[in-house]
Design a binder for this molecule. Structure first.
Ligand SMILES: *[C@@H]1O[C@H](CO)[C@@H](O)[C@H](O)[C@H]1NC(C)=O
Ligand SMILES: *[C@@H]1O[C@H](CO)[C@@H](O)[C@H](O)[C@H]1NC(C)=O
Ligand SMILES: *[C@@H]1O[C@H](CO)[C@@H](O)[C@H](O)[C@H]1NC(C)=O
Length: 314
């Protein structure tokens, strides 16, 4: 008797896997009286098939009994996961003969690749990020390209593990002002066991300008309430988003757009103003990696004219 099976098999996470195993005996037809088939995962018996029937000790595996009598005892495993990796033994007994074959099953998960498409500022050093998600195994190569040519200055981030055992990782590249000149195409290319050829995502550089942010408060003659103004200017392209954060809580307020200047107003009664300790205006714009805030500390004494207490950033 001869048993045939590959020594290794790779399968994509989530797929249905066929672990091939066939046997050949001299007698025809095969007599079930002499036949016993066993499948093991590691040391654990997962399938047994003999003249008493079939016993399965695994929720996601099957063998086809009809095919088994024809010499095909291949195991079908559904919904492959990383925990299914390991050694599978196909043992065929055809009394008095006995032979087994071990198949190493390896999991593969295809990465997602996405390069950050943030508007950059001309003549400034920029950092772009490429996120590589949900891949397996861990070993991976990330190459940054500028107009198809490899770029130096990239750093692999920490590998993190997802609940299903796959990995994710960010790679960052620092682009010098000359690297971003002339709207080049910046690519993030990934090589991985799960990919027959490298996979990439790319971004054609666009330029913009970051907003300058200014916060000021004023008090109207003879009125007790105070108005705060947050102004973003000098940015490109539209839009910007302005947000007031009062003691850590976001509030929506009136916004006014005047072309490439945007203002947000916040009215506050004296009682309200006395309770608050931290009034912040936050701006989000596509040139900014993180929102930028300007804080307005509440003056103890009243502020006599518009613009008397202000902060600026640029
Ligand atoms: C063995 O049976 C499986 C189904 O259980 C089938 O997919 C496979 O092609 C068969 N292999 C051979 C060599 O006939
Ligand atoms: C990659 O960066 C994104 C956005 O900055 C972040 O949310 C994520 O947690 C990072 N992933 C890893 C694996 O560090
Ligand atoms: C004020 O609030 C902002 C936004 O919530 C926060 O970033 C800043 O650290 C706070 N400042 C103080 C002094 O609490």
């Amino acid at each position: 008797m001869e048993v045939n099976a590959p020594s290794m098999k790779e399968a994509l996470v989530g797929s249905e896997v066929l672990l091939p195993c066939t046997f050949l005996v001299d007698t025809n037809p095969v007599s079930i009286q002499f036949l016993a088939i066993y499948w093991y995962f590691g040391d654990k018996e997962i399938v047994r098939y003999n003249n008493k029937g079939k016993v399965t000790n695994h929720p996601r595996v099957t063998i086809n009994e009809k095919a088994a009598l024809g010499g095909n005892v291949s195991l079908t495993l559904s919904a492959m996961s990383i925990t299914d990796e390991g050694a599978y033994t196909c043992l065929v007994i055809y009394s008095p003969h006995r032979q087994e074959k071990v198949i190493k099953l390896k999991a593969l998960a295809v990465p997602g690749v996405s390069v950050e498409k943030r508007t950059l500022i001309k003549d400034q050093e920029s950092v772009l990020q490429c996120s590589v998600t949900d891949f397996y195994p861990e070993s991976i190569t990330v190459t940054w390209l500028r107009n198809g040519k490899p770029l130096g200055g990239s750093v692999l981030g920490m590998f993190q593990r997802n609940a299903d055992g796959t990995y994710r990782m960010n790679s960052t590249v620092t682009l010098s002002p000359s690297d971003t000149l002339g709207s080049p195409v910046i690519g993030c290319q990934v090589e991985h066991d799960s990919l027959p050829k490298p996979m990439s995502d790319s971004y054609k550089v666009k330029y913009g300008a970051s907003p300058s942010l200014r916060v000021f408060s004023s008090k109207f003659d003879g009125r007790q309430d105070r108005i705060f103004v947050c102004e973003a200017s000098g940015f490109y392209p539209e839009p910007v988003e302005l947000k007031w954060v009062l003691d850590g809580k976001e509030v929506a307020e009136t916004n006014l757009d005047r072309g490439f200047i945007k203002e947000s107003y916040l009215w506050m009664s004296p009682g309200e103003g006395n309770r608050l300790t931290n009034i912040t205006c936050q701006v989000s714009h596509e040139t900014l990696v993180h929102p930028v805030s300007v804080m307005q500390s509440l003056p103890k004494s009243e502020c006599p004219s518009p613009g008397c207490a202000h902060n600026t950033i640029s």
